[in-house]
Design a protein around this ligand. Structure first.
Ligand SMILES: Cc1cc2nc3c(=O)[nH]c(=O)nc-3n(C[C@H](O)[C@H](O)[C@H](O)COP(=O)(O)OP(=O)(O)OC[C@H]3O[C@@H](n4cnc5c(N)ncnc54)[C@H](O)[C@@H]3O)c2cc1C
Length: 468
């Protein structure tokens, strides 16, 4: 491995401070340490993992933050590198339902966050009306729209497939994942694969047909939950991780940067990876880059919550609706419930003879509804929505509520251009690099890529000061 060298009077390997101990920060710290840097990771809270958090519920390890890994190349490579491949478990095949117009309808095959890829499965699903289906079927005939730099996913999908596809499919799938408004979410930032198809092809359906169906990536986890990944990321490295250390400011000094903590002298760094939510990054960067901080403050967020509800298996066994992997609820429903994952149907290790585990999700951008409810009321209201959707009338025997204030960044139209501007402004400080969901996309796969890219950028920036 290359060894990064320090600047000026400090001898030995370069010292890089990583601020933020979520997945992006942990991945960056690991990679930098493997590149030969001396790494200190500073995390404000008492635990590492950020939005990955596994807790014990009814003697099982359950994730109350991120719930599954996407089985795609960067994820699989990292899991392999840290020796966890053998411990991966794959979600059972099966699809979720859409709860629309009072009915549960199977999510048609081939529909993902970027919308439909095939017409035929939509024909039989009854999620769309006959009129909506007829409009969707016209997609190959719709001329390519005016070329624009970025566009809302909802606007693009509606123009190509009609409003029903946006409202009944893309809203619950993509809008649900982001807890966001699909008319505002940026196509380039949230579904770059669709943006790519849109620029290179006239028809999305024809482009998918030409490529062939391909199997969708599987959803993965560990029987001990996703904290298993977090716990392993720094293993075998010399990264010094300090918890309970909220960074206040990053300031440029003659030979690098000073990182101010809550107390005591600042930490000297040759480079800093800022792996924080955008508003926290804005605060710490204000002393050195006011304009950048103002731009970062423009990234809005959604507050979300998850409720893990444990039901008596005798109450759930006869409920047919609970045999799918879960359900998604369009925002137009006005329901508090945004999605439910039937954990005991989805994961073999949670298929317990006496308990049925369900994970209920709530919270949408620009809605304060969940913050106005206390934990008991939130759990009760979500349980009521679940009952209305599935017919499950009994009450859970145990619930665990987790709140995620301002957790999900809203990557809205213009996000990629804003990020380009922010990174352009920061180019005057090549040792300061951003990483994480607020910049490079929501989800663990995107955060892994972002953390790795940040580490590589720092390695490159430090190379001229004395690479061996
Ligand atoms: C409920 C929920 C469900 C999700 N489900 C999935 C899923 O199933 N699959 C998936 O791929 N993704 C999922 N996601 C998204 C995914 O978890 C996130 O995109 C990802 O974990 C974000 O990682 P990050 O490192 O960018 O940020 P974070 O995880 O937010 O980490 C940032 C860290 O910075 C720390 N921090 C903040 N301020 C300071 C400071 N001043 N000084 C030091 N440290 C500070 C925070 O405490 C935190 O630990 C989900 C998210 C949520 C909330």
């Amino acid at each position: 491995m290359d060894t990064l060298a320090t600047s000026q009077e400090h001898s030995g390997p370069a010292h890089v401070v990583v601020v933020g101990g979520g997945v992006a920060g942990l991945v960056a710290a690991r990679r930098l340490a493997l590149h030969g840097a001396r790494v200190t990771l500073l995390e404000a809270s008492s635990r590492l993992g950020g939005q990955v958090h596994t807790v014990e519920v009814a003697d099982h390890w359950i994730d109350v933050g991120a719930e599954s890994l996407h089985g795609i190349a960067p994820v699989l490579a990292l899991v392999d590198e840290i020796g966890l491949s053998e411990r991966l478990v794959t979600a059972r095949p099966g699809s979720a339902s859409i709860w629309s117009g009072g009915h549960l309808r199977r999510l048609p095959a081939g529909v993902g966050p970027a919308g439909p890829t095939r017409l035929v499965p939509m024909l039989g699903s009854r999620v769309l009306s006959a009129r909506g289906l007829a409009r969707a079927a016209l997609e190959p005939l719709i001329p390519r729209g005016p070329e624009r730099d970025d566009v809302g996913v909802g606007a693009y999908i509606s123009r190509r497939f009609g409003h029903e596809v946006t409202d009944r499919l893309v809203d619950p799938v993509l809008g649900g994942l982001h807890a966001g408004d699909v008319t505002r979410l940026s196509m380039r930032a949230t579904v770059p694969q669709l943006a790519h198809l849109a620029t290179g092809h006239r028809s999305i359906l024809l482009a998918h047909r030409a490529r062939g169906a391909g199997s969708p990536p599987s959803f993965l986890s560990f029987t001990t939950g996703l904290s298993t990944l977090v716990d392993q990321l720094l293993d075998g490295t010399d990264v010094v991780a300090r918890r309970g250390h909220p960074v206040q400011a990053i300031r440029p000094v003659a030979d690098g940067y000073h990182v101010d903590g809550p107390s005591g002298p600042p930490l000297h760094a040759d480079a800093v990876v800022v792996a924080l939510p955008a508003s926290a990054a804005a605060r710490v960067l204000t002393p050195m880059a006011r304009q950048t901080a103002d731009e970062l403050d423009q990234v809005t967020t959604a507050t979300v919550a998850t409720v893990v509800a444990v039901y008596d298996r005798r109450d759930t066994d006869g409920v047919a609706a609970l045999r799918s992997t879960g359900l998604l609820v369009p925002s137009s429903s006005g329901r508090l419930l945004k999605a439910a994952t039937f954990l005991s149907a989805k994961w073999a290790h949670l298929d317990h003879p006496h308990h049925f585990f369900v994970r209920l999700s709530a919270g949408r951008a620009r809605s304060e509804m969940i913050t106005e409810l206390d934990d008991a009321e939130l759990a009760r209201r979500l349980g009521d929505d679940l009952a209305d959707a599935t017919g499950l009338r009994s009450r859970p025997v145990e619930v665990e509520v987790a709140r995620w204030p301002h957790a999900l960044p809203q990557l809205e139209v213009g996000h990629v251009a804003r990020l380009d501007a922010i990174r352009g402004q920061l180019s005057g400080h090549p040792g300061v690099v951003l990483a994480g969901a607020a910049y490079d996309g929501l989800g663990l796969a995107a955060c892994i890529r972002s953390g790795e890219a940040a580490a590589d950028q720092v390695s490159t920036a430090l190379a001229p000061v004395g690479v061996r």
